[in-house]
Design a protein around this ligand. Structure first.
Ligand SMILES: O=C(O)CCC(=O)C(=O)O
Ligand SMILES: [Fe+2]
Length: 360
């Protein structure tokens, strides 16, 4: 007999509970976390509609899938990974040159145990380096000045970030380039999601001109000794859902990412070389009137070796107000959510996950 427990999640409308099996994670079936080939994404509309049909099926079931032929050069990924390793290998004093405390907007370095994404679990045994959206780095923006001087926006000054890492060879250049290629890919994916919601593919274009877009390096240190799978140990990152629209995740070959299935069992979202993992965040679930799933996931690193991952989170423009997509509403499915400002939503959710109070 399957046994279940509950996982408690943070939401802006109070805690939410999901049922989860206590069984150890199992491998997913091919349909549960499919591998979707993006090789034809720059081809004709029919080819993209074909990709969108596969994405729709995945989005409505587990909410997670892999993408291959995604167009991000392996050499660039390798370079970014080397930079991440060099960064995390430094002393605490060196890493604190870019401490998140020096920035207003969650950029920079968070040390091991400084976050706890799930308050019912342990602290997160990971350290991260974050680069947030800056119009200066956006390849589609020729002149960032109007954004930087508009008081509606509060972009961080990244100078401190680059000064504090300038001793690492090509850190700035590689980190920005990798962020840019993922922004371009994420914009293509959001067009696929528009098609998957039976809307024109440019439906979200206007709200992704200067979107929330965070690129992270993450290091999950190894344990001193191998830890048995059922042992009580700190989570790498606790059970959570992602906040924004779409997450693109590169993970190394260590393993440890677990995803809650549609039947409430943990799935081992094992690394597949040459792929990225894609999942849906709470904001896209909201816009889709819960048709697309923002799925609970977590990471454990119970090996003696480090695990590295590099997620990228795409949201919408901070000053755009988004409502449930019209194709997701009919008489039987009235809109479950009011229109909401994307920026405020993101800020409040980040603050909640960091245990801060939320400004009105
Ligand atoms: O490191 C991973 O594999 C996943 C990280 C994650 O879920 C997150 O940062 O939201
Ligand atoms: Fe996540």
């Amino acid at each position: 007999m399957a046994q279940y427990t509950q996982v408690e999640l943070l939401t802006l409308s109070g805690p939410e509970f999901r049922r989860v099996s206590t069984a150890p994670p199992r491998l997913p079936t091919e349909d549960e976390i499919p591998v979707i080939d993006l090789g034809a994404i720059d081809g004709d509309l029919e080819a993209r509609k074909n990709i969108a049909a596969q994405v729709k099926a995945a989005a409505e079931s587990t909410g997670f899938f892999y993408i291959k032929n995604h167009g991000i050069p392996e050499a660039l990924i390798e370079k970014a990974l080397e930079n991440a390793k060099t960064f995390f290998n430094q002393t605490d004093e060196q890493k604190d040159l870019v401490s998140h405390k020096r920035f207003k907007h969650f950029n920079g370095y968070h040390g091991v145990g400084s976050t706890q994404v799930n308050k019912r679990e342990t602290k997160d045994r990971k350290e991260t380096f974050s680069l947030r959206y800056n119009p200066t780095n956006d390849p589609t923006i020729d002149d960032p000045t109007p954004f930087l001087t508009n008081e509606r926006y509060t972009y961080s000054d990244d100078d401190t970030l680059w000064q504090g890492t300038s001793h690492i060879t090509e850190f700035k250049e590689t980190t920005i380039k990798f962020w840019q290629t993922r922004l371009t890919l994420a914009r293509k994916m959001i067009r696929i999601f528009a098609l998957a919601l039976d809307m024109p593919e440019n439906y979200f274009d206007d709200v992704t001109t200067n979107p929330g877009a965070d690129g992270l390096y993450v290091h999950y240190p190894g344990s001193a000794e191998p830890v048995p799978l059922n042992a009580e140990t700190d989570v790498g990152i606790g059970s959570h859902t992602d906040i924004q629209c779409v997450t693109l995740l590169w993970q190394d070959m260590s393993g440890g990412l677990q995803v809650l299935s549609a039947s409430d069992e943990w799935l081992d979202a094992r690394p597949i070389a040459g792929t990225l993992v894609v999942n849906i965040g709470d904001f896209l679930q909201r816009l889709s009137n819960n048709r697309f799933k923002s799925t609970v996931h977590r990471v454990y690193n119970r090996q003696t070796t480090s695990r590295y991952s590099m997620p990228f989170f795409l949201g919408f423009n901070p000053d755009s107000v988004c409502r449930v997509v019209p194709t997701c509403v009919d008489e039987e499915h009235p809109a479950l959510y009011e229109p909401v400002s994307c920026g405020k939503w993101h800020r409040d959710r980040l603050a909640l996950s960091q245990g801060r109070t939320i400004a009105a």
